[in-house]
Design a protein around this ligand. Structure first.
Ligand SMILES: NC(=O)c1ccc[n+]([C@@H]2O[C@H](COP(=O)([O-])OP(=O)(O)OC[C@H]3O[C@@H](n4cnc5c(N)ncnc54)[C@H](O)[C@@H]3O)[C@@H](O)[C@H]2O)c1
Length: 311
């Protein structure tokens, strides 16, 4: 980027800005072509057999299913969960399939515990190369029915948990200019949904964290091109987290099986996608929806009639 110097003749400033505009247009075309090729040409998924993949919330649901798939691909899978029992079950499932897995109990809301975890995992298993910030909860009821404690816990797990994990694991990735951070947002992080006011807030926050992290890495003077970021936005996945889904048109907005969701998550990580939705068609549907005026968007929401009823 060009910054003008006060002592520079105006003609030089004009020439420099013209050159910069031309250069930006060239780079823009390069980036657009790259994105188009990535979009149209099938990508080769990366080999993860040498990776150390840490997954929070690996003791249940999508975290467990993702852990199982990475275990099958030969990665060393570090299962982290507050719930030891579920986490041990995941470990047993991976080792029964001859995979390599390790369990650590950790509450992601506890910053000191997260930093201690990073030290322990690094010395006992190795540097984490892929971090999957998946742990999350989803209380589902009208905003005025949430207690203060429920909201604070929700923000602590869904938002702060992500931040502590990034702060603990990013420095080693920066040192090696190598790593991949994955965040579990949601379609509730791309559109407002009733009965999920605080939850939507946390999932928008997760997307905000990932987008600003991408900008911070882009503007870092060090070479950070080796650090990849992926944000996952599922709609409704049948893990038990969403107890009362309401679906009017199942072919348009279906409830996805956790295994099917995990297949798409692992694929997105291995292909280093920036962001995916599950189901994938929602990616463009949502973009069109966001172009609508508020009244029209509400009308469409009423017609589609999909959402979550209170627990
Ligand atoms: N299930 C869905 O429909 C859906 C949709 C969109 C996004 N998501 C998001 O995907 C992620 C996983 O969802 P899921 O449905 O598999 O959930 P799940 O309830 O099946 O599993 C979540 C896991 O996180 C663990 N966990 C909770 N609090 C923790 C803490 N403080 N520290 C460490 N571990 C903790 C739980 O013990 C559990 O094993 C969540 O972030 C969720 O918000 C889920």
């Amino acid at each position: 980027m060009t910054y003008f110097r006060a002592d520079e003749p105006q003609i030089i400033q004009v020439i420099r800005i013209i050159l910069e505009v031309i250069w930006t247009i060239v780079l823009l075309h390069y980036e657009l072509t790259k994105a188009f090729v990535k979009w149209t040409v099938p990508q080769e998924p990366k080999d993860v057999s040498e990776d150390v993949i840490l997954i929070t919330g690996a003791g249940h649901g999508m975290g467990r299913e993702v852990a199982l798939r990475f275990g099958r691909l030969g990665a060393r899978v570090v299962c982290v969960d507050i719930n030891d029992k579920g986490n041990e079950e995941t470990l047993n499932m991976i080792t029964e399939e001859k995979g390599r897995a390790y369990t650590y109990q950790c509450d992601v809301t506890n910053r000191d515990a997260v930093f201690a975890l990073a030290e322990k995992v690094t010395s006992e298993v190795g540097e984490v190369t892929i971090l999957v910030n998946n742990a999350g909860i989803m209380p589902c009821k009208p905003i005025l029915k949430h207690s203060e404690k429920e909201i604070r816990t929700l923000v602590d797990i869904n938002v702060n948990g992500n931040l502590w994990m990034i702060q603990a694991f990013l420095p080693a990735m920066l040192e090696r200019n190598c790593g991949h951070i994955v965040a579990m947002s949601s379609m509730a992080g791309k559109m407002g949904l009733r009965n999920l006011v605080p939850y939507c807030g946390t999932k928008y926050a997760v997307r905000g964290i990932m987008e600003s992290l991408a900008m911070e890495l882009h503007e870092d003077p060090r070479d950070t091109n080796g650090i990849k970021l992926t944000t996952i936005c599922p709609y409704i996945v049948n893990t038990g987290l969403c107890t009362n889904p309401r679906i009017r048109f199942p072919s348009l907005m279906k409830v996805v099986d956790p295994g099917e969701a995990a297949d798409q998550i692992v694929d997105a990580i291995r292909k280093e996608y920036h962001e995916i939705t599950i189901p994938s068609d929602l990616y463009y549907t949502n973009k069109i929806y966001n172009l609508l005026p508020v009244g029209a968007a509400k009308l469409m929401t009423d017609f589609i009639g999909t959402g979550l009823d209170p627990q």
